[in-house]
Design a binder for this molecule. Sequence first.
Ligand code: HEM
Length: 55
Amino acid sequence: MPSLQGKSASDIEAAMTAFRTGGREATVMDRIAKGFTKRETNAIADWLAQAGAAK
Ligand code: HEM
């Protein structure tokens, strides 16, 4: 599983959007990403980027 440590909110958001829309091949992330709205995806990306940067 790739690490999200140090990734920016926009990187995470772009990856989740690609998984959700089928633009990026995935094993599990396509199914996970489809469970969130765009708004939720943005909120998760912001939160994870902050958590990663704080370490
Ligand atoms: C809200 C929860 C999650 C978020 C926001 C998230 C986010 C991401 C992101 C941004 C990537 C791309 C990383 C990169 O390009 O370096 C990724 C990849 C991946 N994640 Fe997650 N993830 C979540 C939950 C999970 C869970 C629960 C699993 C395992 C059960 C998982 C397994 C993977 C795997 C295996 C990949 C590689 C792509 C694939 O094969 O699907 N993720 N994730």
